[in-house]
Ligand binder design. Structure first.
Ligand code: ADP
Ligand code: ZN
Length: 604
């Protein structure tokens, strides 16, 4: 029932060489041609660009495409030119004569598609030139960049709405078409509000990427876990995401010693080295990129066969975006995400340390929480993941849980104990408090609430506190618990939870709650970003040595937080050391040198 003009399929064939539209394309293209604002949300690799490229060819007139990634713009322009389409890009990396040629083509009225960065679009000069050229349509790629709630917020995206109005001044309105692969409901609404003059027609396509296999594992011996996974994929291209630059380097070296072709990619490398490594990944077969999140935006490599997270990503959206870089060609692709309590603590601390509103912080925590739940869910990963994006579906058959690779047990008894604790404490407490009740901990809060006299107090001594916390999170992930109130994050029973509590509904739980394995990691390690554990240990040794010399408690020398910051930021001079939290003049003079030396020795 698509209302596409008859020439659409012909152009798809003659210009692009494709025989049929992909799912969703025809109706979006029809809506774009019909006019009015359109917001299209489709998974990566589904062919979003076609949704504005083909209309530009059908109708004539100029389409301005805003994209945050210069590399991607250049790619698209060369692809379009190769197809014989008149396209150009204006950006800061162009040689001056390239920009000149683009502007000349614009003046001559021969351009169909002009790709510009959001910064450019905000410049007055360009707006004037575009107004003369009569822009028909503004296509906003990666539209989620307009929202602070998305994961790649670009302040310049905020000016696009005004630019659209400026372009239309005194003439026809300019149609705005937004496209993105990621947006949960909150972000979607935010995009609609900020980018469009009027509420857009929304096209929301399934986020499912059925060819991507989903696996998660608690960190046990992460290097070995990663090595085993890479071994399965020897000779294939893949990406390993890490939380820190240092970890990129050490893992990349390690993979090399295992005989893989591996290249590091992170913001600490100079421009040339980064480009060199990225080119190798793009050009050679079977190269593994070991990268921080800086990598992959705009990497259009279709045959990435696997994506691994050596550390937990920052949110469920980031996770999905990153694994989405695998298998764009539709062939099977594999993923593995490692997680640990340390990672969880690290990400939570990162969120707490950010300079954002309380409201925003709550959202960030919720998004990270959704990822933590996904790690711990005893139910199908894809089902759990897609439920987050409001999609309902059955078990997938292509994840570690569906394929029985995660040990799960009949969880009726522990589930009933945990749910009963939720019930009897009035459905207002979180996992930590409830776990304390279950193990019968003697805490002030429990006594004050009188919860040391309820029947559930201490019925769970067979598990450690952290294991109970994990079981509670699993129950949440399985839909047996919900958060009681947005503000406090306590748990309440759902209908499903009540059925389990009454023994009317079965529940499976993971047999390996992560907490059990994490005990030996110790407390200090749990606070520092992955990859900096050794440096922190060295700093602590130094602190202990000084504390002994001076006969004072360790924290008098420096607080943990100070050492953690030193370990993560690696000051190399006294000046840099001065910038660390908790390092004043006096301590700098007294201890600065000693700790600098400890850091230096640790990184040898
Ligand atoms: P997205 O922006 O959604 O990640 P792209 O627009 O880059 O995806 O498209 C991904 C790939 O699919 C591109 O190589 C594109 O040329 C190709 N493609 C787009 N539409 C079709 C189609 N109808 N049939 C076959 N291939 C298509
Ligand atoms: Zn599954």
């Amino acid at each position: 029932m698509s209302l596409l003009p008859p020439e659409a399929s012909g152009l798809l064939r003659s210009v692009f060489g494709y025989d049929a539209f992909r799912e969703g394309q025809a109706e979006i293209i029809a809506a774009v041609l019909a006019g009015g604002p359109v917001l299209a949300i489709m998974p990566t690799g589904s062919g979003k660009s076609m949704c504005y490229q083909l209309p530009a060819l059908i109708e004539g007139g100029l389409t301005v495409v805003v994209s945050p990634l210069i590399a991607l713009m250049r790619d698209q322009v060369s692809q379009l030119r190769a197809l014989g389409v008149s396209a150009a890009t204006l950006n800061s990396l162009n040689a001056p004569d390239e920009n000149e040629a683009a502007l000349a083509a614009l003046r001559a009225g021969s351009l169909r598609l002009l790709y510009v960065s959001p910064e450019r679009l905000a410049m007055d000069g360009l707006i004037a030139a575009l107004r003369r050229a009569r822009v028909r349509r503004l296509a906003i790629d990666e539209a989620h960049c307009v929202s602070e709630w998305g994961h790649d917020f670009r302040p310049d995206y905020r000016r696009i709405g005004a630019a659209a109005l400026a372009l239309a001044e005194g003439g026809e309105p300019v149609q705005v078409v937004g496209l993105t692969a990621t947006a949960d409901r909150a972000t979607r609404e935010d995009i609609a509000r900020r980018l469009f003059p009027a509420p857009p027609r929304l096209f929301l396509h399934s986020f499912d990427r059925p060819n991507i296999e989903l696996n998660f594992a608690p960190k046990d011996q992460p290097r070995r876990q990663l090595a085993r996974f890479l071994e399965k994929h020897r000779g294939e291209s893949g990406i390993v995401y890490c939380a820190s630059r240092e970890r990129c380097e050490t893992l990349s070296d390690y993979f090399e010693t295992c005989g893989h072709a591996a290249v590091p990619y992170h913001a600490g490398l100079d421009h040339a080295a980064r480009n060199r490594n990225q080119d190798r990944f793009l050009q050679e077969d079977g190269v593994v990129a070991v990268a921080t999140i800086a990598f992959g935006m705009g990497v259009n490599k279709p045959d990435v066969r696997f994506v691994t997270h050596a550390d937990m990503p920052s949110s469920i959206e980031a996770y999905y975006q990153e694994i989405g870089r695998a298998g764009r060609d539709g062939l099977p692709a594999d993923t593995l995400a490692l997680y640990s309590l340390d990672d969880m603590a690290f990400r939570r601390r990162q969120i707490d340390a950010r300079d954002i509103s309380d409201e925003r912080r709550r959202i960030e925590h919720a998004r990270f929480g959704a990822l933590a739940m996904l790690c711990e869910t005893p139910a199908c990963r894809r089902q759990t993941l897609l439920a987050y994006f409001d999609e309902e579906r059955g078990p997938c058959g292509r994840c570690d849980i569906c394929q029985d690779r995660v040990p799960v047990i009949d969880g009726a008894v522990p589930a009933q104990k945990a749910l009963s604790a939720v019930w009897r404490t009035g459905q207002r407490f979180g996992a930590n408090y409830l776990a304390d009740v279950l193990v019968g901990a003697d805490t002030e809060a429990i006594r004050r609430n009188g919860h040391d006299s309820i029947r559930t107090f201490g019925v769970g001594r067979e598990f450690a506190k952290a294991e109970w916390a994990s079981i509670l999170r699993q129950l949440f992930a399985a839909g047996a618990l919900r958060t009681a109130s947005e503000r406090h994050g306590g748990f309440a029973l759902t209908d499903k939870g009540e059925a389990i509590l009454r023994g009317q509904s079965p529940i499976r739980l993971r047999r390996d709650p992560i907490a059990a394995r994490e005990k030996r990691a110790g407390k200090a390690a749990s606070l520092v970003a992955p990859g900096h554990e050794a440096a922190l240990a060295a700093l602590k040794r130094k602190r202990l040595e000084l504390a002994r010399e001076e006969g004072v408690p360790a924290f008098v020398i420096f607080a943990d937080r100070t050492l953690i910051e030193m370990a993560e930021r690696r000051p190399a001079t006294l000046d840099e050391m001065r910038a660390i939290h908790g390092v004043g003049q006096v301590k700098l003079a007294r201890y600065g040198e000693g700790f600098l030396q400890a850091l230096e020795e640790a990184s040898r």
